[in-house]
Design a protein around this ligand. Sequence first.
Ligand SMILES: [Zn+2]
Length: 376
Amino acid sequence: MSGKFGFQLQATDGAARTGVISTPRGEIRTPAFMPVGTAATVKAMMPESVRATGADILLGNTYHLMLRPTAERIARLGGLHKFMNWERPILTDSGGFQVMSLASLRKLTEEGVKFSSHIDGSKHMLSPERSMEIQKLLGSDIVMCFDECPALPATEGEVAKSMRLSMRWAQRSRDAFGDRPGHALFGIMQGGVTPELREESAKALTAIGFDGYAVGGLAVGEGQEAMFGVLDYAPGYLPADKPRYLMGVGKPDDIVGAVERGIDMMDCVLPSRSGRTGQGWTRRGQVNIKNARHMDDPRPLDEDCTCPCCRNYSRAYLHHVFKSQEIISSMLLTWHNLHYFQELMQGLRDAIAGQRLAAFVAAFHAQRAEGDIEPL
Ligand SMILES: [Zn+2]
């Protein structure tokens, strides 16, 4: 691999931006949506199919991979890209969020977090240094700093204390990451819903210096209004010439609102997870394929969609295979959902480049307000 990590901003429309992140493994068009490949797979999809939906980059989860099959084993087998047959860029999270949400017997100290695996109870430690080591073993292109996410609800004092710990961990992450040309390290801004804490966090991170910056501590159950409230000002505290990543977002209207507020990258399990539970996302909103109204409906999920699911299969078939618990149900709905999310991102990129984002967003909301097509 040769080449450098970089970010070229190409156009702005209001606070929204479009550009290209370059990495030795290929370019990432922004605003970008990253499908989640938790356990070295985007569930129900072949990697080439994920690419066919328009994804430039995947997300992998440090917490899951360190426990099974272990980062050391993946490294021996040639790294995560080779292991899962995805040669394009991969971003890995730090493990911090999932160790707090999934592991048991957690003990948080200045050093890091000791915990027991949710799989077999085995004891582990995650620290800034260990997280950097694991993400290096995986061969991740974009590495995230190890940070702490305070459990909600939290007082402003608890949020401040947690943010300052995360800033000390950010410095330790930077030191442990070292100099790795072609690989990027992103810092994570914390500070809850308090502008002064967000600003303090942004200043601490930019003083250390990162290749990109995430707005952390959002999409954790605070609601869209509170999230947009923070996004109205927090991205402005970050350097304009670096990518800005909003972790764990989201629903299509969350994505549109975040992009309007200057976010460049997002990830979420939503399109793949809802594909496995019979939920389809379309321009007209959410469709529950389990509903009996689809039983005799020969029309596709979305008549305007060019994905293989909508080109070749009816709502009646999707209803049948979901009810019969056939594997193809997850495959088809996941493919459609990922296709829809990537098409939405392409629409946003084109609208920003053409200085017509406001009209695009108005049309997006108007079409969703119409709701699903009338039953036959
Ligand atoms: Zn489709």
